[in-house]
Design a protein around this ligand. Structure first.
Ligand code: FE2
Length: 263
């Protein structure tokens, strides 16, 4: 049952265009309720999913935060809560045409990460890809080595929102190296609309123009994000980039994802 609170609080806005149909799958969002700074309830998640359906998505992969010590999530707990959520989503008649297709994680490379890596305790996106994020504030020493060690363990790595790390420019030698290593980049759609400010917006487009970006994600946490996504469907520049750039979102659940691009 929907909680109309989430709907009644909304200001009137234009009807969204389903421009994200071309992506099909959102592979980065925080919609398992109550486990991180994302959705707080099943009703809130259902409201978000309805909005995501309206802007064109038909598949969603959840990626809760795994971050030490802020979100000390454990894989088995998350899997259980995801299964419960999925039952509610399937029962809901409000979001026909959209399905949850799995639960990965968004893993912060932090002081708890190496321990996790040693034990191979990861929920993978699409059963194959490890979504990692960096600190949003300061560069951590040894990132490249950590990514290399993950690759030695045969993980395919997607770096979440590279445009949001203020200490790396889009032309950073680190990013050039990451691309040479074959690491996928996922830009947040809302970075393109300016939701996070002008600097991430500019960097997102610079990386898109440089052909460095394989995935787009919503990074949805709540209905503020999905309302901003609805607004973004009227952004001509975003529409143009969706039409002229090829993204791999719809293939992420396909085990035969094309070979990585190298710079
Ligand atoms: Fe995220």
């Amino acid at each position: 049952m929907f909680d109309f609170l989430f709907r009644n609080n909304r200001r009137k806005r234009e009807t969204p265009n389903p421009i994200f149909e071309v992506l099909g799958t959102d592979m980065h969002c925080h919609l398992v309720p109550g486990v991180d700074d994302g959705s707080k309830s099943t009703d809130e998640t259902l409201a978000c999913l309805q909005d995501m359906r309206e802007v064109g998505f038909n598949k969603v992969i959840c990626t809760p935060h795994f971050q030490f010590p802020r979100f000390p999530n454990e894989e088995n707990d998350i899997k259980h809560l995801y299964d419960l959520l999925n039952k509610d989503v399937r029962k809901s008649t409000e979001i026909e045409g959209l399905e949850l297709v799995g639960c990965g994680g968004e893993y912060r490379i932090d002081s708890g990460f190496n321990d996790r890596m040693e034990k191979n305790r990861f929920l993978l996106v699409g059963g194959k890809y490890l979504l990692v994020e960096l600190s949003l504030h300061q560069q951590i020493v040894g990132i490249e080595e950590t990514l290399f060690n993950l690759q030695m363990k045969n993980y395919e790595i997607i770096l979440a929102h590279p445009e949001r790390y203020p200490y790396f420019s889009s032309q950073s030698s680190h990013y050039t190296r990451f691309k040479e290593m074959g690491i996928y980049f996922q830009v947040n759609i809302l970075s393109m609309s300016g939701f996070y400010g002008e600097l991430p917006r500019r960097k997102a487009y610079e990386m898109l123009d440089a052909g460095m970006v394989e995935f787009l994600g919503t990074d949805t946490h709540n209905t503020l994000y999905t309302q901003a996504l609805m607004d973004a469907t009227h952004d001509r520049k975003i529409e143009k980039y969706l039409a002229t750039h090829k993204f791999l979102n719809s293939q992420i659940t396909n085990p035969d994802l094309p070979a990585k691009k190298k710079l």
